[in-house]
Write a protein of this length. Structure first.
Length: 564
């Protein structure tokens, strides 16, 4: 009897601790539980591996995508030889100077390449992912933090991880502010209270960095912080004055940025604002309907298929892997219960609503909007989803399987897409343009496409590309912003821009490049109406190169008018 009691005591000592994941014996644990334990034990290593994969994916994506219109303006600003010309070129860049300054540093270190000018954005996006991981891990644990990082790749905004634009930078400063605010709030509620000077400094840096990254930065960082602090104020019934004073101490940065943004508005966006006044219900409805439609490709993409496949996989895989008995499917976490704080959930909710928040802000200021201005929403949605899952007490093995499913599906889709679209295939200068052997000038019909074509054109044909500027027509056909930006940068670049009427008065014969856009169709019809005969010279399915020659009768009339 004494021997049996000793054996039972030994078994009780060797049994699993009650705070182990799932709180069940080793024989009842499934593959998902073991994977969860492994990820929890090596959380930092798992994060570094994940970030390394993201970095490789971003570098690969950068090599497959040529610089586009807005990125080229960032590079033009960054490569100005003097600080005076740097400041002169800034309004057309449309944003505060932080990203061009970082791009300028990257160019000096690595040379002028597509990858080097995108490197600040790539590194900033990695820092933002690390911030998402830290924010969620503090509330729900390691695996939820990793899942939040992976969830971002089910959203279209991850493609901004390799652009020479400030969106990755804006996201990084947003997460710095949120993580610092979270640390300061937790320190204030700890017993005993912990020092939080470093966290308060992080809040200031995050807010100032957001303001200097993008014109909408103050809204981007302000909305999540206001949501979180509002919940804390409601719960504690007293303001946290140190945090409020810290946030307000960053406001002088606005005094520096607002004059820059005013110059941009007056130069590029004045017509967008004018179209909104007087504000009517019809204009308001059109603004909130047209803007999401115009950026639908940023919201709907093949990643939705990954989400659906993941839901099916996660719903059935745990049942298939779990062979411990009929009651095993009903087991919940019996170890340490995760209860995310209400103020953290509120901050994540505020971040997830940044698209409508930024749209409302731009509607009342410039009238010009694109969904990428609310880039912080991709982090907010991922964080909010993981915090709510953690608050619901979902089974840990299911979360672990979700992580692997998202990893597998996201990267498989990414690499398949990379194989289907090899580097340079979609974004190379059209062959019909670079292969033309004549010496005729080539008019590019689309102002948005012109700067990219000119940037990548071979030296032998670069000087032949021309854009015809016509402001009244630009207002009529809603392509004025890229056209005005081109005109503003004319003294700083060698691209050829000429007045529409002036060019026609001196050129009877030239080539016209058109696409399928309305601007191209309108310009071709307008030239034909002005007496030019169009003859299709080359066609690759996307670009159409026409030989435009004025008819003899029209040329004679034109010469008579010129002589008069």
């Amino acid at each position: 009897m004494q021997l049996r009691k000793m054996e039972e005591a030994d078994e009780s000592v060797n049994s699993p601790a009650p705070n182990l994941p799932l709180g069940v014996s080793g024989s009842a644990r499934n593959v998902g539980d073991l994977c969860y334990d492994l990820l929890s034990r090596y959380g930092l290593l798992s994060l570094l591996l994940l970030l390394a994969l993201v970095f490789a994916r971003s570098v690969c994506g950068s090599q497959q995508k040529a610089l586009w219109n807005d990125e080229i303006y960032s590079v033009i600003v960054a490569t100005q030889p003097t600080w005076h010309k740097f400041a002169q070129a800034m309004p057309s860049e449309c944003n505060p100077p932080l990203y061009p300054l970082l791009a300028r540093l990257a160019i000096r270190l690595f040379g002028l390449t597509d990858l080097s000018v995108r490197m600040p954005d790539i590194l900033s996006f990695l820092a933002a992912l690390a911030g998402v991981y830290v924010f969620v891990r503090r509330e729900c644990g390691v695996v939820f933090g990793l899942l939040a990082v992976v969830l971002i790749f089910s959203e279209p905004g991850w493609t901004y991880s390799f652009e020479a634009r400030p969106y990755g930078l804006l996201l990084a400063f947003l997460m710095l502010a949120l993580v610092s605010w979270q640390s300061a709030a937790n320190a204030a509620e700890a017993t005993p209270r912990r020092p939080r000077r470093l966290a308060l400094v992080g809040i200031v840096i995050g807010i100032v960095g957001s303001i200097f990254s993008h014109g909408i930065g103050v809204v981007e960082v302000g909305v999540p912080l206001l949501f979180g602090e509002a919940v804390r104020l409601h719960r504690t019934r007293r303001p946290d004055w140190p945090i409020l004073a810290t946030a307000l101490s960053a406001s002088p940065a606005l005094a520096i940025i607002l004059p820059m943004m005013r110059r941009t508005r007056d130069l590029l966006l004045i017509y967008s604002r004018a179209e909104m006044h007087p504000l009517t219900l019809a204009k308001l409805h059109q603004y909130w309907i047209v803007n999401p439609k115009s950026t639908l490709n940023l919201i709907l993409n093949p990643a939705l298929i990954e989400i659906l496949a993941t839901i099916v996989f996660v719903a059935w895989a745990p049942r298939w892997l779990n062979c411990s008995g009929s009651d095993s499917s009903d087991r919940l976490d019996q170890g340490l219960i995760v209860r995310p704080s209400a103020h953290a959930i509120a901050a994540a909710l505020g971040a997830s609503l940044l698209i409508p928040a930024t749209m409302l802000a731009m509607m009342s200021s410039t009238g010009y909007y694109n969904c990428r201005y609310g880039i912080g929403s991709i982090a907010g949605i991922a964080m909010l989803a993981c915090l709510l899952i953690g608050r619901a007490g979902r089974r840990q093995s299911t979360i672990c399987l979700s992580l692997f499913a998202f990893l597998l599906l996201s990267y498989t889709h990414g690499y398949i897409s990379a194989m289907r679209h090899p580097p340079g295939q979609a974004d190379a200068v059209a062959y019909v343009l670079s292969s033309d052997q004549s010496d005729l000038p080539i008019v590019i019909s689309d102002p948005f496409n012109y700067i990219r074509v000119w940037w990548y054109a071979p030296a032998s044909v670069k000087d032949r590309f021309i854009y015809l500027s016509d402001e009244p027509t630009g207002i009529q056909h809603d392509y004025l912003v890229p056209e005005v930006a081109l005109v503003a940068e004319k003294p700083l670049i060698s691209a050829r821009l000429e007045d529409y009427a002036g060019f026609l008065s001196t050129h009877d014969h030239f080539l016209l490049d058109t696409g399928a856009d309305d601007r191209s169709i309108f310009l071709k019809a307008r030239l034909e109406g002005a007496g030019y005969r169009s003859t299709l010279q080359a066609d690759d399915g996307f670009n159409h190169l026409y030989d435009m020659q004025r008819t003899a009768s029209t040329s004679k009339i034109n010469r008579v008018k010129t002589n008069r």
